[in-house]
Write a protein that binds this ligand. Sequence first.
Ligand SMILES: Nc1ncnc2c1ncn2[C@@H]1O[C@H](COP(=O)(O)OP(=O)(O)OP(=O)(O)O)[C@@H](O)[C@H]1O
Ligand SMILES: [Mg+2]
Length: 255
Amino acid sequence: MLNPMLKLEDIKLVVGKGTQLERTILEGLNLEVEKGEFLVIIGGNGAGKSTVFNTISGFMKPENGRVIIDGVDVTKKSQQERAKLVSIVMQDPRVGTMENMTILENMAFSFKRGQKRGFRLFNNEGRRSLFKEKISLLEMGLENRLNEMVTNLSGGQRQALSLVMSIIAESKILLLDEITAALDPKIAEHVMALADKLVREQKLTCVMITHNMEHAIRYGDRTIVLKDGQFRKSYSREEKASLTVFDLTKEFTDA
Ligand SMILES: Nc1ncnc2c1ncn2[C@@H]1O[C@H](COP(=O)(O)OP(=O)(O)OP(=O)(O)O)[C@@H](O)[C@H]1O
Ligand SMILES: [Mg+2]
């Protein structure tokens, strides 16, 4: 890959360092994600998928190896310093949004995060119409509820709002960690389709973790399997076209 947006090089990650619970979760892990690529990660519970995300966001520091975002080595940079580069949406819809603030205030918060300090391109009216335009992409009618508190929204609506907020932040990489796991099947399909649409339309570089094998087949340019601390297998879009849920599920049972 010539100019990957994300590169993980020979990552080793240990948890519980210096305690009896010390364990190596990732070792010799490598990954490259192309600009504009939509990559899907699957793997068993406890395989270390969220740990990979924590390594990218800077929440966890590797013992060994390098994290490179858009050509810049960020391995030693703190989570705060990486906040403009990486957006994460997680499983729990309550985490991504602030419930005691309105939809508008939530969006303004993300917008500010993406801006350089003191930089004011939009006046209030300009911002409002930008937010309206972005939230209309959801087709959930939320553009008419901008002044409503986020507590009033359902889990699916909050998850959709989290997605839009991560787009407004204009970070370089979007990480989606089981974003549909807490949603009912119908809303889960809607939110997944929405995520796909936003990633494609906004040409985002996105890495998604999922336990939904249908989603792992249908969405993304490539699906990779995390096992024993490394990415063990990779399926291209063409290979995925002939995969069944049964085939992929076997990844979890094969020794
Ligand atoms: N802060 C921590 N301290 C100790 N152990 C941790 C910590 N974070 C993760 N682990 C351990 O690392 C392993 C990998 O966890 P991780 O959350 O990355 O798995 P996962 O692949 O995301 O699993 P799931 O599919 O269940 O979300 C687990 O055994 C977990 O208990
Ligand atoms: Mg996880």
